[in-house]
Design a protein around this ligand. Structure first.
Ligand SMILES: Cc1ncc(C[n+]2csc(CCOP(=O)(O)OP(=O)(O)O)c2C)c(N)n1
Ligand SMILES: CC(=O)[C@@H](O)[C@H](O)COP(=O)(O)O
Ligand SMILES: [Mg+2]
Length: 642
């Protein structure tokens, strides 16, 4: 749905248009930009609070900088809607995150203003530094390199690796720390406490005022201004502040805290800072959800609320004809509490996704036994390993695509030492509207090659519970359970726990000619395909593998000795996935059969509804029907039982 922009915003297609306006118009432009984001996101969905919080910062940056010559890098990118609207995509913004529409994150192929593709957090400082060093090496002059990073993203080790390096490079990098005290859930950790303390500390406020007056006089001082700043800095700050300010100690010049909603002052400050060479950090205080009262009040709920009524703030729920099964994440959350009540060794860990993983259910019920460790996947894994060395049973819940960050930790800290860590990989498979950066496409392939791991995937909620129950038993070793974004299939999922035999799959039905082998939730697509195929006289067998590793060899010997065609279906990359494992089994045991593999092809899949993407990749119900039809022989009658 197309939405009309306000009178000033409708004249702005690119930053050059913005620059035609007077500084005094920036407030009105910010107002219209904020309203435009509200208007579109309310009917289209997407991330919300983060973009509202940086409206003024976005306007100020594009007003003060010379983008795209100056390089502006957004961290995570979920806050970059204003940036998209001001850089040639206002008219397209209604297609944000829609299948074949524009991406919800900055993307290098989408616009020259998107300097770096993002989606995963905490990359901005390293990327901006890389650009700044490249500028130096290429002899480019007067180019600014700006990283805008949130306080949540700043909790990651990667952000500190970037700061640590930038502090000795003397490159032209400005880090803007967008501090709203929030990650998706409230931000956590000692850094957050430090940022709060410098925000309220009197000496820093005094320091901020001193710096502000220096900056105010800068424009009068001309091109040699930075020399004066250095001199004054020396006398104001001395070693005392350097020692007491984390960023100063890392050789950054620290400015702030400043009001991140005072657009005019922000624009002036950014212009002034551009005249100062070397690494600088501007600490901006903003409010996530700014300008939409409910979003300011419940910032977690309004991080990405779905569709809503922009007047009443009512979040719209699509009303299904029948009650929906629960989300896999909620089954995980409730089951954690049940298991932890019975087993006091269990601990829950999430790197900054309490709501997304539903570990918040356990955090509420057992606050000392469920921990949010910040956006720190590597730490989450090694911390879990540490817990496991002491006989505890950590359930470390990480979205499949974010687990890519912690690969070495899985191998080096957990698998080699065969520690009892349970990895619950949520959002495994195609994640939907977040697109290529967030699809959990690779976990099967990248985990399958690691010795000592058990890798499993439940076909429904009961299986998820039973796999969790199985994984927490003593001396099981590292255990991976992968499950997708969204709902399961069972109304009555809360059934008594049952231990599953590791490496054992199950036969769902016998058949003729073709055997379908599935792993995880996509097994339901095969079940759904059956009635249509049966009505045509086609009767494929169906097996749910349940374990990717170890494979159920007995089951596979049965399949290869009975069926001519074997169709594998997985919600993961074909390269190195379950289908590949079946081909390896076939080669290792000298079988010959026609193995047809359905899954994610060797390309990055863009954004859209999950169902659209499953169809595009060719492993939804319809694709299974078509693949089986191509090879199966039609029978007039059949005696097979389902
Ligand atoms: C590596 C990684 N882990 C987790 C996430 C999920 N995530 C997206 S935004 C976000 C919170 C970011 O907080 P902050 O940087 O402060 O930005 P804000 O939303 O507050 O503006 C998280 C945890 C991610 N995108 N990347
Ligand atoms: C930007 C980001 O990484 C998160 O906000 C992500 O979009 C969450 O995804 P879910 O909605 O699947 O929790
Ligand atoms: Mg934040």
């Amino acid at each position: 749905m197309q939405v009309k922009a306000g009178p000033l915003l409708s004249n702005i297609n690119y930053p050059a248009d913005l620059k035609q306006y007077n500084e005094d118009d920036l407030e009105q432009i910010s107002k219209e930009l904020r309203q435009y984001i509200i208007d579109v996101v309310s009917v289209n969905g997407g991330h919300f609070g983060a973009s509202l919080g940086v409206v003024e910062l976005t306007v100020a940056l594009h007003y003060a900088l010379n983008t795209p010559y100056d390089k502006l890098v957004w961290d995570v990118g979920h806050q970059a809607y204003g940036h998209k609207i001001l850089t040639g995509r206002r008219e397209l913004f209604h297609t944000n995150r829609v299948y074949k529409g524009i991406s919800g994150f900055p993307k290098i192929t989408e616009s020259e203003y998107d300097t770096f593709g993002v989606g995963h957090s905490s990359t901005s400082i390293s990327a901006a530094l890389g650009m700044a060093v490249a500028s130096q090496l290429k002899g480019e002059v007067n180019r600014q390199h700006v990283a805008v990073i949130g306080d949540g993203a700043m909790t990651a080790g990667l952000a500190f690796e970037g700061l640590n390096h930038a502090g000795i490079e003397n490159s032209n990098v400005l880090v803007i720390l967008n501090d709203n005290c929030m990650s998706i859930d409230p931000n956590v950790g000692a850094l957050k406490e430090y940022l709060t303390s410098i925000t309220i500390s009197k000496s820093y406020n005094r320091f901020r005022d001193d710096i502000s007056s220096v900056l105010a006089s800068l424009s009068k001082l001309g091109p040699n201004a930075h020399k004066y700043v250095k001199k004054i800095e020396k006398s104001i700050k001395g070693t005392l502040l350097k020692q007491s300010n984390l960023f100063e100690a890392l050789n950054f010049r620290y400015f702030g805290p400043v009001d991140g909603h005072d657009v005019k002052r922000l624009a002036q400050t950014i212009k002034d800072l551009s005249a100062i060479p070397g690494p600088k950090l501007l600490h901006c205080i903003t409010v996530k959800g700014k300008g939409f009262a409910l979003a300011e009040k419940d910032q977690t709920k309004w991080h990405a609320p779905g569709l809503f009524d922009k007047i009443t703030g009512e979040i719209k729920k699509s009303i299904p004809d029948k009650p929906q099964p629960p989300k896999y994440q909620d089954v995980f959350g409730h089951t954690m509490v049940e298991l932890a009540e019975a087993n006091d060794k269990i601990v829950g860990i999430t790197p900054a996704m309490p709501s997304g993983s539903s570990l918040n259910i356990m955090m509420k019920a057992m606050p000392t036994r469920a921990l949010d460790v910040g956006i720190a996947e590597q730490h989450a894994v090694t911390f879990s390993a540490g817990l496991a060395t002491q006989g505890l049973v950590p359930f470390c819940n990480i979205y499949s695509s974010f687990m890519q960050r912690a690969y070495d930790q899985v191998i080096h800290d957990v698998a080699i030492q065969k520690l009892n860590v349970v990895f619950c990989l949520d959002r495994a498979g195609l994640a939907g509207a977040d697109g290529a950066t967030h699809h959990g496409a690779y976990d099967i392939a990248y985990m399958r090659c690691i010795p000592n791991l058990v890798i499993s995937s439940p076909m429904n909620e009961e299986e998820l519970r039973n796999l969790m129950f199985t994984a927490q038993q003593e001396n099981i070793g590292p255990f991976v359970i992968r499950y997708p974004r969204g709902n399961g299939v069972m109304a009555d999922w809360k059934r008594p726990f049952k231990a599953l035999e590791i490496g054992k799959g199950r036969k769902i039905c016998d058949g003729e000619d073709v055997a379908i082998l599935t792993i995880g939730h996509v097994g339901n697509f095969a079940v759904e395909s059956r009635s249509e195929l049966n009505s045509e006289g086609i009767y494929p067998a169906h097996y749910d593998l349940r374990f990717v590793k170890p494979l159920d060899e007995e089951l596979l010997h049965e399949v290869f000795s009975k069926y001519k065609y074997i169709l594998t279906v997985e919600d993961g990359s074909l390269q190195g996935g379950v289908g590949s494992a079946i081909l390896e089994f076939m080669a290792d045991h000298g079988y010959t059969a026609n193995v047809i593999r359905l899954g994610i092809p060797d390309q990055f899949i863009e954004h859209g509804e999950q169902a659209e993407l499953w169809a595009e990749c060719g492993y939804d119900k319809q694709s299974i029907i078509e693949a089986v039809r191509k090879v199966a022989v039609k029978r007039v009658t059949n005696t097979m039982v389902g």
